[in-house]
Design a protein around this ligand. Structure first.
Ligand SMILES: C[S@@+](CC[C@H](N)C(=O)[O-])C[C@H]1O[C@@H](n2cnc3c(N)ncnc32)[C@H](O)[C@@H]1O
Length: 220
């Protein structure tokens, strides 16, 4: 699939499900202590005086952006889907959400102190992922931190239904070693990897879940 075809298909799918996705996942993090562990550590790195803004890339309905704000992070959201951005703005009117793509961010070089991609690269074709990590590296300030969550595996599935709607959307399960290698090729240093088993809500369709914390080193 070409980059523009993937972007179009993903936008259409998330425009379709935005309101129901937001409703279903609003409280999801509250029941997942391991999933909150890495954002908690990430927040310690990217909050406080001089820390800069933090971009929640593929923010969807803004629940993770809001969670980061509750941890003292100066976070804003970016999402491909205008409907997701609209839902996020309605749900969290005090936070900033913009429409955009992490394949070509409307951000200057070194503009942000941190970035997070919480299950938002799971629709990105593997051949496009290197460009996404290059883009994240570009917008991060030296010393800035990056957190990614993704599904562990090595396959592509095509979803025709989701969140009560008919959709057409590719989902990729990725090997942790491959993600670590791509991040490192883009110049990011992986600091920690948390991989957990699927919980009852994820079995049997999904498998293990991965959370990687990385940073962009200062130039030597
Ligand atoms: C599985 S949802 C996760 C949303 C949010 N991070 C959360 O956990 O609730 C994936 C989101 O990534 C967004 N997305 C996918 N590809 C994107 C891209 N290239 N740029 C920006 N957003 C993207 C989709 O529109 C969708 O809202």
């Amino acid at each position: 699939m070409t980059e523009s075809a993937y972007l179009h298909a993903t936008q259409v799918a998330y425009d379709t499900v935005a309101a129901d996705y937001a409703e279903l996942l609003r409280e999801e993090l509250g029941g997942k202590p391991l999933d909150r562990a890495m954002p908690a550590a990430f927040a310690e790195h990217v909050r406080g005086p001089g820390a800069g803004e933090v971009a929640d890339l593929g923010c969807g309905p803004g629940r993770v952006t809001a969670h980061l704000r509750s941890l003292g992070v100066n976070a804003f959201g970016v999402d491909l889907s205008p409907q997701m951005v609209a839902v996020a703005r309605r749900s969290y009117p005090d936070l900033r959400f913009e429409q955009g793509s992490m394949t070509a961010l409307d951000l200057a070089d070194e503009a942000v102190g941190g970035a997070i991609a919480w299950y938002s690269t799971v629709h990105t074709p593997p051949e496009v992922l290197p460009a996404v990590f290059d883009e994240i590296h570009r917008v991060l300030a030296p010393g800035g931190h990056f957190l990614i969550a993704f599904k562990v595996g090595d396959e592509r599935r095509h979803a025709r239904h989701g969140y009560g709607h008919e959709i057409s959307l590719d989902i990729y399960w990725m090997r942790p070693e491959h993600i670590a290698e791509l991040m490192s090729t883009s110049g990011l240093v992986v600091d920690a990897q948390l991989i957990r088993e699927p919980d009852d809500s994820e079995k049997p369709r999904s498998g293990r879940q991965a959370f990687f914390l990385a940073h962009k080193p200062h130039a030597s």
